[in-house]
Design a protein. Sequence first.
Length: 334
Amino acid sequence: MKILFILFLVLFQAQINAAEVNIYSARKEALIKPILDEFTKETGINVNLVTGKADTLLKRLEVEGKNTPADILLTVDVARLVRAKEKGLFQVIDSAVLEQTIPEYYRDDENLWFGLSLRSRVIVYAPDRVKAEELTSYEDLADSKWKDSICIRSSSNVYNQSLVASMIAHSGLEKTEAWATALVNNFARSPKGGDRDQIKAVAVGVCDVAIVNNYYLAGMLVSSQDEQVTLAKKIKLFWPNQNAEGAHMNVSGAGILKPAKNKKEAIQLLEYLVSDKAQQWYAEANHEYSINSDIANSKILKSWGKFKADKLNLSLLGKYNADAVLLMDRAGWK
Ligand code: FE
């Protein structure tokens, strides 16, 4: 009888274990939890979410080693996904759904990480001081005609590191360094604050042009705070490099950790996150583009029109991250 009871407990425990998946997420809870709840509702699989800063989570995973309770690491910016891969944290995932849905330049070539949503780093400008015809590309912002007119956050920000890494991939170190040095010369102020602060600075006239991720502008436009909306309405978005390789793209993405105890459920969750329903949700909730861009996006994304996206293999942004950091430092980019 006792043995039967123990057997029952073991089976019961296995049942519980089988029906959960554990995520370490560098995405804010509000930007992921609702769609995870939807996944649980549809599949019965519970999702346990731990949120934190990307670098803190990476460190935690290294310390926990094979004892980590986490199955999935979810983070923003491909440089961090590549970092996790290089630390040997991820395992190879074999999923036809992920391979068919996500273009190969938005996932790891060894299937260790996968892009789940898309964002672009765009130019924003004050239309009362700058005409759209004056803008062309990231490269052009280094022209002396933009002296004292550009706002951008610091070089410690990973989005900027990835933008610079993409330029290294496209035009080489030397050209990119000359560009960064000239760009720094055009800064209206020493870099400070986040992307929303750059938008604000353009709106109030501290600078005329800024480089920011598209969803920050969208977030301000739909903000519940009137001040944010008023500021955001004063500026416009410009799609850079449309006559060249296209606007710089980046992803939020995830990989399944080597010690994952719930691999099957973890794969199921990643596949769910690239489903039409989840992709539509990313657009509505955070104004990100669908990873395969076939789906109707949010009203604001639609208002910005169609654009040419850079199809650079995003692994290169990780590959050139260290070069980008050193280069920006040499260029005097604070
Ligand atoms: Fe962000």
